[in-house]
Write a protein that binds this ligand. Structure first.
Ligand code: SF4
Ligand code: SF4
Length: 216
């Protein structure tokens, strides 16, 4: 899922300088799970804006607004309030914010109330989110026993450790496991250490030209 963090309220207020009538749109999926744009966040931001002399003309937690059809449906369901608003504050990932923007019939100021951070794996009861994949477009997990060094090694090293690891922890952040120690242990358990001798070539970033599009 896409992990985001709600921006500081004061920052949101600053971004809304010049805006008077605000419609707030959250997201029922990722932003709800990581508490950056679910019912509670939408309600609290709404209350905060009202206290700070903004008029909140409506608020709605949309089904994932990163999907055009869902964003459009939410816009239709709230068309009266959205028509009245001069600004749409979206509490969703950067995808959701931009899809809402392009889905609006009438052009409005669209503002993101969150910072989108990473594609994250979810652990426990959605209490811990970990970046396991950087969406690089050229997966090498077959060579590293399903542990991504590009993402989980602080230096993104593709061909073995930097030498700074201590007690299995990373020299950049002693709280984190060294990805290459994890890879080594796992390959050893599987009797696959020979894979460590294979040189992994530098990533071919030409395979992931931005903005990437895929049509089926
Ligand atoms: S190599 Fe790592 S970053 Fe690239 S696709 Fe695979 S898991 Fe994701
Ligand atoms: S200690 Fe391990 S995880 Fe940290 S930068 Fe070096 S190789 Fe990467």
């Amino acid at each position: 899922m896409i992990i985001g963090r709600l921006k500081d309220k004061k920052e949101i207020l600053k971004m809304l300088e010049g805006s008077k009538k605000i419609f707030i749109m959250g997201c029922s999926e990722c932003a709800t799970t990581c508490k950056s744009g679910g019912e509670e966040e939408v309600r609290k931001i709404g209350e905060f804006l009202i206290k700070n002399d903004k008029e909140v003309v409506g608020k709605f937690v949309s089904e994932p607004p990163c999907i055009e059809a869902k964003a459009k449906l939410s816009i239709v369901k709230n068309r009266k309030e959205i028509k009245e608003a001069d600004t749409i504050l979206v509490l969703a990932c950067g995808l959701g914010v931009q899809v809402v923007d392009v889905s609006l019939r009438e052009k409005k100021k669209v503002i993101s109330g969150t910072d989108t951070l990473f594609a994250g794996a979810v652990f426990g009861k959605a209490q811990k989110f970990v970046e396991f994949c950087s969406l690089c477009g050229e997966c090498l997990l077959d060579k590293t026993s399903a542990i991504c060094p590009y993402t989980r090694c602080s230096k993104g090293l593709l061909n073995g450790p930097c030498g700074g690891s201590k007690d299995g922890k990373c020299e950049v952040d002693r709280e984190k496991d060294c990805a290459w120690i994890l890879i080594y242990k796992k390959l050893k358990e599987q009797g696959q250490e020979a894979k460590l001798l294979e040189i992994i070539p530098p990533k071919d970033f030409s395979k992931k030209i931005k903005p990437f599009t895929l049509e089926l």
